[in-house]
Design a protein around this ligand. Structure first.
Ligand code: ZN
Length: 248
């Protein structure tokens, strides 16, 4: 039998036996939507630059112009990306009660765009931003509009404070979604990990909270030996097979 078919059949079987299944996704699920994985070996942005110096809270405070010039062009690309097969199948799986929802490390918002309802974005998202002075909320497009008009950094229209995206920067506290994700993981019988090497905290501890795991990732992870099913493939290929088996 075709390897992917076999892996998808095993996964479908585990899902049908599981009383509570969640998905946990990372950068690898969005590469097929044209968003590069910044931690991938050799080509990743964070191989070239130190994230602490480029995408941390102290970088934003000490040099907001450089912070925006470095980060906003790629965040604009995220905001314009479209969900792929893997995102769409996960949304369908939730609709059909095969999974309870998706915990994601990604800030691209593609699970919500694909129609997932229970999404825990542990590193935040790019739908909104807020003023660091008065905490007033803005649509993220306001920061983009100002940036494109040459106003760098973008500012609050009320108090003139600098706007910051609602993403979790290095040095920021954990998001409320992180704590909600931990609650959601209580009693989790099956965790389907997609496109995450499970190396980045806070998700690196999450596999311990699930009874069983399926890992779909292009490269091996340190949790592979603990997983019931592992496949090193593209997420889209796997989910196409899984969708046909689950008839969704
Ligand atoms: Zn303000």
């Amino acid at each position: 039998m075709d390897f992917l078919r076999e892996i998808a059949l095993k996964t479908a079987d585990l899902i049908k036996r599981s009383g509570k299944t969640l998905a946990l996704t990372g950068a690898g699920i969005s590469t097929e939507s044209g968003i590069p994985d910044y931690r991938s070996k050799g080509t990743g942005l964070w191989e070239k630059y130190d994230p602490m110096s480029k995408a941390s809270l102290s970088a934003l405070i000490s040099d907001p112009v450089e912070f925006y010039n470095f980060n906003l062009p790629r965040w604009i690309k995220y905001a314009n990306a479209e969900p792929n097969t893997a995102h769409r199948v996960l949304a369908k799986m939730e609709e059909k009660n095969f999974i309870r929802g998706v915990i994601t490390q990604n800030i691209d918002g593609l699970h919500i765009k694909a129609g997932s309802r229970n999404v825990w974005e542990v590193h935040g998202h790019l739908r909104t931003c807020r003023c660091m002075g008065c905490n007033h909320k803005y649509d993220f497009s306001e920061a983009v509009r100002q940036f494109e008009d040459g106003i760098v950094p973008p500012k609050c229209k009320t108090c003139g404070g600098i706007l910051r995206p609602d993403v979790v920067l290095f040095e920021d506290p954990m998001s409320s979604d992180y704590y909600r994700a931990l609650e959601a993981l209580e009693g989790c019988e099956l965790l389907i990990v997609v496109g995450s090497s499970l190396q980045v905290y806070p998700v690196a501890d999450m596999p311990y909270l699930a009874r069983q795991m399926v890992i779909i990732n292009k490269e091996p992870t340190t949790f592979d030996s603990r997983a019931a099913v592992t496949a090193h493939c593209k997420a889209g290929e796997f989910f196409e097979e899984l969708a046909s088996i689950l008839k969704i």
